[in-house]
Write a protein that binds this ligand. Sequence first.
Ligand code: C2E
Ligand code: MG
Ligand code: MG
Ligand code: MG
Length: 281
Amino acid sequence: HAKERGRNNYQFFHQAMNQRAVERQLIESNLRRALEQSEFTLHYQPKVDLQNHRITGVEALLRWMHPEWGLVQPERFIAIAEECGLIVPIGRWVLREACLQIVRWREASIPGVSIAVNVSAVEFRQRDFFDHALAILEETGADPACLQLELTETVLMRDVATSADLLARFKALGVKIAVDDFGTGYSSLSYLSQFPIDVLKIDQSFVRAIDGEAGKNGAIVGAVIDMGRNLHQRVIAEGVEDEEQLAFLKAHECNEAQGYLFSRPVDAALMQAMFGTGIAA
Ligand code: C2E
Ligand code: MG
Ligand code: MG
Ligand code: MG
């Protein structure tokens, strides 16, 4: 019987693998078309200063408007785009669109909105990543000080010397650097403190599990906030969904928060309206 079950398990595994491969293939071929047909769009989620509840900037989050599937979330296609290399042209589109939006909001007299853009490992490791980014900034006329790059610890730690060199070049332009999903990677704190990092974004998993002063996750969040303060970095809590989390973050003097409590990611027009009216929470 065990043998039979083993075979069934194998068959099940094999079918699941095939299904994954088919789904992957389907998404990959559709992604190729998506770039040509301009099916991508950026949504924006505000970051809020916890001292005055003012919007300090926004994070650009990629959305794919598929003609048949509807709105596709990044979880379903970013990893595949990374594996097949399409993330490079997609990432360039994202950066250019974000820079164009910086200029549009400047022209709409919304002062100094900064846009944070997620950069994947594959993009960051392209030899011409910096040159391309510089060309996009120059072509669009976006103020580099309004651009923030979000990188994960894992990306930064992979090749410390190259990362340090790249970050220094971006810093020299005035571009800001944020560490995304902080606490989930394997970074060496001694290296991290040597990089010119402006912002630490505490990963949602810690924020979600804030459980009062006695809780372990609360302790981690508190420790990251203290560390950021000592390193003169701004600390942003990601994924803030309720008042209890907000109260904890304020008590620990976290600088900023981002999450559904304030706003979900919205399209550029809705985001622009929010700059005028402020945020309810
Ligand atoms: P991320 O950079 O950590 O972005 C935060 C994610 O958390 C976003 O998911 C956002 O919609 C979601 N979020 C924000 N507040 C809350 C909250 O209160 N509760 C919950 N449950 N979720 C919240 P999204 O937009 O689905 O993006 C997922 C990930 O995909 C991003 O994580 C980022 O790693 C990646 N991504 C998104 N856009 C891009 C892009 O343009 N380029 C690259 N390379 N990656 C991207
Ligand atoms: Mg991010
Ligand atoms: Mg994150
Ligand atoms: Mg993430």
